[in-house]
Ligand binder design. Structure first.
Ligand SMILES: [Zn+2]
Length: 447
């Protein structure tokens, strides 16, 4: 889970990095139908009798929260190992890649400088995305998304609460959700012929630094977001208490949630605590901001949160298996019910809760540009940049009286202003300096 105050740079960028090529090499992209999948097919789609077990969850946690993965900090070798593990599991389970490069990896870059001034340049993040195409020709273009972030804090750093330089294992945050995601993928892959809608599994990274993976995905979705039935997010599901309490947020994001959940046998062993909000400090908030119904599953905060002591031995694997079974039953209902559930925004649930302040312009920086100034790569629709007439390719060289040499100058300039301020941006456009008055907007999540 992410505890940043979100005073960060917007750093979405389409990019292709070498890891895609590496991934394509690692993963054999030819899929064969195994005997096991044929078995499922010939069983006529009958529901399998086995369910997700504590033992299987535990085995995945042993890997994800191991020393070898070094706390899975985005951009570092431990996170790459985790990414390869998840992608290889998606491959083994015969999930399909969905992007045009036919790999399970969705790379993205972001800057951590706004949160950690010792960090320069860009951090490479990697979402791992696997797909099961639905069987019903009428419904297969609709997709249920289930996600969990796999990154954590590495050796500590600005988001750690203990300031200890040691492996921050993130067993609960969020090896727990990731192991649940993989177990659900494994189970549903064997029931694939029973699925009417498609299911997309996403392991996000860049979450701890500020939801960068889910921000990137929702800006570059691999399926049309308007066809997404709902997004279910699991973040910190490993510390269920003796009362079997599970916190369920997002209830207000669809009128269907309450009936759906209470109809499920898998909800019966759980003591569910409902919250209406669709915002919150985890990846579902980015989907909610795009009008997708969301459900956020969470077993609660604890003293080891964002500390090196969030370790494997403290995970309640029996409880986590119950959460995963419940999450899976939600996904199955979403995949197979006749209707597409409606989106609602609960009263008073503004996106500003998720991103409480910040100035918004809506010109996406070109991070590949290394000349003087800040080159704008893209202008967002309905943004202050658009309203002001800024154009793709403009190079910002001055922000009022402040000279802009690079993205950090630009970020600093934004930080010194407030929503509603009117500023003059001096830009170079086709070699000519142009003064553009811009009324700064307010950042409300990622628009
Ligand atoms: Zn966290």
């Amino acid at each position: 889970m992410d505890n940043t105050n979100r005073s960060r740079t917007r750093t979405l960028r389409r990019t292709t990095i070498l890891l895609v090529v590496a991934a394509a090499g690692i993963l054999n992209l030819r899929f064969t139908l195994t005997a096991r999948a044929q078995e499922t097919a010939s069983s006529g789609g009958a529901k399998t009798v086995w369910s997700i077990t504590a033992k299987d969850i535990g085995e995945r946690l042993d890997i994800l929260a191991s020393d070898s993965l070094e706390g899975r900090r985005t951009g570092e070798p431990g996170a790459s190992k985790a990414a390869r593990y998840i992608a290889s599991e998606f491959h083994r389970l015969q999930l399909s890649p969905i992007d045009s490069a036919h790999v399970f990896m969705q790379p993205f870059d972001f800057s951590e400088h706004a949160m950690d001034t010792t960090k320069h340049g860009f951090t490479h993040g990697m979402n791992i995305v696997g797909y099961i195409r639905g069987e019903d020709p009428q419904l297969a273009d609709q997709t249920v998304i289930i996600g969990a972030h796999y990154d954590h804090l590495g050796m500590g750093g600005p988001f750690a609460l203990d300031k200890v330089h040691a492996i921050h294992y993130g067993a609960d945050d969020n090896a727990s959700g990731t192991s649940g995601l993989l177990e659900i993928a494994e189970h549903l892959s064997k029931e694939r012929y029973t699925l009417k809608r498609s299911v997309l599994f996403i392991a996000f990274s860049g979450e701890e630094e500020g939801l960068f993976g889910s921000a990137y995905f929702t800006e570059h979705p691999l399926v049309p977001l308007k066809n997404v039935q709902a997004m279910v997010n699991m973040d910190m599901i490993g510390r269920m208490n003796d009362s079997n309490t599970l916190i369920v947020q997002g209830m207000g994001t669809s009128p269907s949630w309450k009936d759906l959940i209470t109809s499920l046998p898998e909800s019966k062993p759980l003591h569910l605590k409902y919250f209406q909000t669709g915002t919150g400090p985890s990846d579902h908030a980015k989907f909610y901001a795009k009008d997708v119904p969301v459900l956020f599953l969470f077993t609660g905060f604890h003293d080891d949160y964002h500390k090196a002591t969030d370790t494997r031995d403290k995970i309640n694997v029996v409880g986590e298996a119950k959460v995963a079974q419940f999450a899976e039953s939600v996904v199955l209902n979403l995949a197979n019910r006749p209707d597409k559930i409606a989106f609602t925004r609960p009263a008073g649930d503004t996106e500003q809760k998720a991103a409480s302040f910040g100035v918004y312009v809506g010109g996406v920086p070109d991070y590949g540009y290394d000349g003087d100034g800040l080159r704008i790569d893209e202008i967002r629709d309905n943004s202050p940049a658009k309203a002001a007439g800024l154009q793709k390719g403009d190079i910002v060289i001055k922000f009022d009286e402040m000279a802009i040499k690079n993205i950090y100058d630009y970020t600093n300039a934004l930080a010194k202003h407030h929503p509603g301020d009117k500023v003059i941006m001096k830009v170079m456009r086709a070699g000519v300096a142009v003064d553009v008055p811009v009324v700064l907007g307010k950042r409300s999540s990622e628009h």
